[in-house]
Design a protein around this ligand. Structure first.
Ligand code: NAP
Length: 271
């Protein structure tokens, strides 16, 4: 039997075990996927330990994606993004990033055009890095707004070579939202257990806005509720989770991931 896992802190909310175990079962593979609570300080030992134990692969979640760059050998894409969310052990300890692809697929599956659009990206953490890089590469004008503005500035500098990226703090969200076509929350705000929180409320949204919350637990976050009140189009975090997971599954196993089964498993768990 081959073991896989997601490392994070907190990690009990993760739906990756349900999603990947459903995929393994559907393909008749003798594999199991579990969640492990690991702090930044223990990440090196945890990754080396999983490698030594013969794990098939790992996912990394909050707050480990940037720290992992110091520990694994990143692909060019993961290095450019500055964050790792998938680790494969077949040829050493290789770090990939599949979050950007997941976010792009979530938007395109919802028929949202990216090229030329003004995107307001809340957050400058590991997931934001992948989204900023990918959407700027696709031709969007991205403004990163973060609680710690230095992190937004540093992210804009790091990935700015691929396209148009600006940085901001959170003090002028009203104007930033007004001038945006797509609002993406990639902060931990609204995530279980602090489910009532949001950085943006309906009174400063407009009905032409697309609001994409990458937080998926809960599914109907306070931000998405506010967006519905404002008459905006909403996209929840499940598609991104499924597509980033499907790409990781393919990297680990070389098999075509059963995307529909993976999505069904996630939505059933959240229902
Ligand atoms: P991370 O690297 O730890 O970044 C967290 C971000 O949230 C930072 O920008 C941080 O701002 C901000 N933040 C945290 N608490 C805040 C607060 N009270 N007020 C304002 N900003 C706050 O985490 P991550 O890996 O990017 O993940 C972020 C979220 O996205 C998590 O909920 C995760 O589950 C979700 N996610 C979903 C998917 C998906 O597939 N749907 C994929 C990846 C991540 P500072 O820089 O100021 O600390």
């Amino acid at each position: 039997m081959k073991l896989f896992g997601v490392l994070g802190d907190p990690v009990s909310h993760s739906l990756s075990p349900a999603m990947h175990n459903a995929a393994f079962k559907a393909l008749g593979m003798d594999c199991e996927y579990h969640a492990f609570r690991v702090s930044k300080d223990s990440l090196h030992d945890a990754i080396q330990g999983a490698y030594a134990l013969g794990f098939g692969g790992l996912n990394l979640t909050i707050p480990l994606k940037e720290k992992a760059l110091e520990i694994v050998k990143p692909t060019d894409l993961a290095k450019q993004i500055g964050a790792v969310n998938t680790v494969d052990f077949k040829k050493g300890i290789i770090g990939y990033n599949t979050d950007g692809l997941g976010a792009k697929m979530a938007l395109t599956e919802s028929s949202v055009e990216i090229k030329g659009k003004n995107v307001l990206l809340l957050g400058a953490g590991g997931a934001a890095r992948a989204i900023a890089f990918t959407l700027a590469t696709e031709g969007a004008n991205v403004t990163i707004a973060n609680r710690t503005p230095e992190r937004a500035i540093s992210l804009a500098k790091d990935v700015g070579s691929v396209g148009k990226i600006n940085a901001s703090d959170l003090t002028d969200l009203k104007n930033l939202v007004k001038n945006s076509d797509i609002l993406i929350n990639s902060t931990a705000i609204g995530m279980f257990p602090k489910v009532g929180e949001t950085l943006v409320t309906s009174d400063i949204m407009h009905s032409d806005l697309v609001v994409f919350d990458i937080v998926y637990n809960p599914l109907n976050t306070r931000l998405l509720q506010e967006a519905k009140t404002a008459g905006a189009k909403t996209i929840d975090g499940v598609k991104m989770l499924v597509y980033q997971g499907a790409e990781a599954f393919n990297i680990w196993t070389g098999k075509i991931p059963p995307v529909d089964i993976m999505e069904k498993a996630v939505r059933e768990k959240l229902a």
